[in-house]
Design a protein around this ligand. Sequence first.
Ligand code: SAM
Length: 281
Amino acid sequence: MHEQPADWHGVPPPTPDADLDISRWREYADIITDSLWLLGARDRSGPHSAEYHGNFVPQIPNQIVRRFTTRGETVLDLFSGMGTTLIECRRLGRHSLGVELNPVVATRSRELAAQAGDLHTVRAGVLAGDSSSAEVALEVRETLLRHGDGYADCVLLHPPYHDIIRFSPDPRDLSNCTSHPEFLEAFRRVVRNARDLLRPGRHLALVIGDRYAGGEWVPLGFECMQVCREEGLVLKAINVKDMQGNERGKGKANNLWRYRALKSGTYVFRHEYVMVFHNAG
Ligand SMILES: C[S@@+](CC[C@H](N)C(=O)[O-])C[C@H]1O[C@@H](n2cnc3c(N)ncnc32)[C@H](O)[C@@H]1O
């Protein structure tokens, strides 16, 4: 069922160099330390594109990877989609491993990540499978063991915001969960896998937004945050990111949403969350 990582060169990781040298903190003006993230337009350079509805802007993994890892370390993304994290990792000299349920998307993401590979010799692998399963957790562990001690140095999670975008007809797809509790339970299984695969002492970032259901604001972000905390992860930040770079809210659609919001006493989503957790181990 699972495809082997296509672009896994077996190159030993270089000795980590402390990319973020705190004694030179004044030089890192572009690393965000405020909780309001105004990232602006999507970075479309290189293989990055907006062709996949639901991908995040590359600036998100760029910020997380540069802040919380060093060169030669390994980043795991359990909802890797079109490979935004993998592309960014290759550019930044970090090894990466993604898991994506849709095998067609997984294959395309491998191709895109490979296109970003000429700057650094780093591995970028994608497994096609269900991140909430024990089987995939084992496969990830085995892959990480082939190149190290079985742990990732940083984990990113960008799950479907329940059914806002249906990514596939696969019943294991979190966007197909038939109820809110079912979604949270499936997400919890992914978080457990993520926590167990993340090296103690390192960081996990959750990128998530809220939704409306039946005219009521559903605080999906905070509920997923709570799942992470219940599973033992320590909350370090709730960053609010503006959605201007996500290609939503243009032209006529923008007017329609504003009209509907005014009529129904609701608000148009213009933000999502980048929550950061520490794995105290
Ligand atoms: C919000 S998108 C992530 C997009 C990604 N950050 C990017 O930039 O391309 C969520 C992804 O999770 C995938 N997905 C849904 N359920 C999954 C599951 N159980 N295991 C692994 N991937 C899943 C979907 O196919 C979709 O590509």
